[in-house]
Design a protein around this ligand. Sequence first.
Ligand SMILES: Cc1cc2nc3c(=O)[nH]c(=O)nc-3n(C[C@H](O)[C@H](O)[C@H](O)COP(=O)(O)O)c2cc1C
Length: 440
Amino acid sequence: MPYEPVISKYWKTPESWTLKQYQSRGDYWGYAAAKKAITEFEPKALISYVKDSNLRGRGGAGFSTGLKWTFLPENGKPRFLAVNADESEPGTFKDRQILAYDPHQLIEGIIICCWAIGAKHAYVFVRGEFVREINRLQSAIDECYAAGILGEDVLRLGKGFKLDITVLRGAGAYICGEETGLLSAAEGKRAYPKIKPPFPAVEGFFRFPTIVNNVETLSNLPHIVGKGKEWYLQQGPAAGPGPKLYCISGHVRKPGVYEAPLGTKLRTLIDEYAGGVIGTLKAIIPGGSSMPIFTPDKLDLAMDFDTVRSAGSFLGSAGVIVMNDSVCMVNALLNLAKFYHHESCGQCTPCREGLGWLEKLVHRLEFGHAHDNDLDLIKEVCGMISKRTICLLSDSLVMPVESYMKAFFKEFEYHVKEKKCMTGGQPGVWAPCEEPALAR
Ligand SMILES: Cc1cc2nc3c(=O)[nH]c(=O)nc-3n(C[C@H](O)[C@H](O)[C@H](O)COP(=O)(O)O)c2cc1C
């Protein structure tokens, strides 16, 4: 039987972002799942239920959501939920669809989470460029206050459960998506990531216990409560199941966000959902631009957290980027090097300086000025950066550099020896045709 979407089911319905439409859907939709969670589950039982559903975070790391909630200390301090809606990883564009087309689904997930973790205030930290999304989310929140769904007595159930939701706008920096960088920014400071431990669950927003969860993660909750964890566990591999929004872009005929169960084959996603490759397939990034690259022999891989990891990459944010044989891998890497160098917050020296070095080295490789030992130098620089910084932003470039050089070594070698590109001279789709001056 073909898969029936759950999270994206109503995205194409007119006015799908309004409370009226959300409440007209019947079944467990329209805040019935939140009502069930609050009336039928004690908070701790709800945490166990979510843990048993094996829901894993959709923000990148794939960590167990229920388990993360159990890390909150019992110290009597107020707790917060910070919703990560920063979505800045190149190749990832799913959370913005939830915000734009189904913000009530997210709000319902927030209510369920806050009931479970005992939070009275949730902050949704949204990437500042998402103007339409922010407006839709804010008007959905306003509708909820007016209808008594949020505020002093959530859903007017008389359970003493008070909940406020505040939308915070980021200023458009990639680092604001890193959970501790997000919290710094939410506190009104420069978005510097913080050393972990302590993890946010123990010391987060203004040093209060804080759960940080991604938009898509939270949007799974109404379905887990509404349809039941038994149903959920059957959607893909039991160790990490559920509906998944895959973002498919690059050289495919129908790029877009497609919902399929975790564990759907890469080949199915590309050929059946995204309409197939334009031209001849050369490479696939499985989980957003920072993840190690795959060659076409990985097409039959199941796209779930554990299988992708055991094949040498990560599912990450499920940003599948497809490249055909017109792409020069050195050129593609230069594009990423520019991005990650630009987005380094500058707090840690290996990242601030090292990513600049990598950009310079890949730049001279791409434009025919490479020195004979540059490939070794690149590897050496990677070794000096990796795992020596507070957050993983530096590894977000190191991983592609190492994997591109490993999978397409001949191309890199050709650039060193022949001072030009193996794919036919002109740089590929992602870079200008003339050598730009290095800005820094
Ligand atoms: C450099 C960097 C950028 C990140 N950007 C995002 C992001 O834009 N959105 C997101 O949800 N998680 C992002 N993450 C992951 C978060 O730090 C965190 O793991 C996630 O929000 C936790 O939510 P989850 O458990 O629901 O996945 C990023 C991590 C790093 C290291």
